[in-house]
Design a protein around this ligand. Structure first.
Ligand code: ATP
Ligand code: MG
Length: 199
């Protein structure tokens, strides 16, 4: 064996023992709370990717979209055919378009009721609360209510929260927190959001 091969073998052995130790240490089995936050692109995309993953195993999934935003959503179009997926959408436009606090609060509370039902259902394996961080920021929902529902969910259920500026109490209780960091975004260079890519 050449020197290079020997060094490679040694470093792989080291890596294997490191990975094996970590795998052996992870013994707990339960649902998780994941937070995808930060200013970079990819939060909602990652959530839908995980939805697809769960549906792939035949699990039931609930997605709650707190900002209707761009009405179209390619993943929703594609996955809607799956009887294991339930999607609840807040019945209002962009909050900066409606500019009506009372109407937005009502719309938010109505869709939150759907979220609460999903969060209480042990048959639902994964619940996505897409863009819920803004509801907390605008005061349409209070953090204590959201925390309680997440804390009291069935043990096997996983929850994904997406949106910028996640409430610190949410990130504090999360098992996994990923902050998407914006390095550059085409939109800021004047390129339009692209169908099938951005939504
Ligand atoms: P995506 O839905 O693409 O995963 P996201 O959920 O991380 O993005 P949001 O803040 O929810 O980001 O933005 C929703 C829309 O704005 C999407 O069309 C997305 O491509 C676009 N977007 C995301 N990040 C940025 C950014 N930093 N600047 C401008 N537009 C962005
Ligand atoms: Mg998003």
């Amino acid at each position: 064996m050449s020197d290079r091969d020997t060094r490679h073998k040694q470093s792989m052995q080291k890596l294997k023992s490191h990975v094996d130790k970590k795998v052996a240490a992870a013994t707990e089995q339960r649902g998780l709370l994941l937070v995808f936050t930060g200013n970079g692109k990819g939060k909602t995309t990652a959530a839908w990717g995980t939805v697809t993953r769960a549906l792939g195993y035949g699990y039931r999934v609930g997605v709650v979209q707190f900002i209707k935003g761009m009405w179209e959503c390619g993943e929703r179009e594609r996955l809607a055919e799956d009887p294991n997926l339930e999607v609840a959408i807040m019945a209002t436009g962009f909050t900066w378009e409606t500019q009506n606090r009372e109407a937005d609060t009502r719309a938010c509370q109505a869709v939150w009721a759907e979220a609460e039902r999903m969060l209480a259902d042990p048959e639902v394996y994964l619940v996505v609360l897409d863009e819920i961080t803004y509801m907390l920021k605008f005061g349409y929902l209070d953090i204590a209510t959201v925390k309680r529902a997440i804390e009291q969910r069935p043990r096997e259920q996983t929850v994904i929260v997406t949106g910028r500026n996640a409430h610190r109490e949410l990130t504090a209780m999360a098992d996994t927190v990923t902050e998407m960091q914006e390095v550059r975004h085409a939109f800021n260079e004047g390129v339009q959001a692209r169908r099938g890519i951005d939504y």
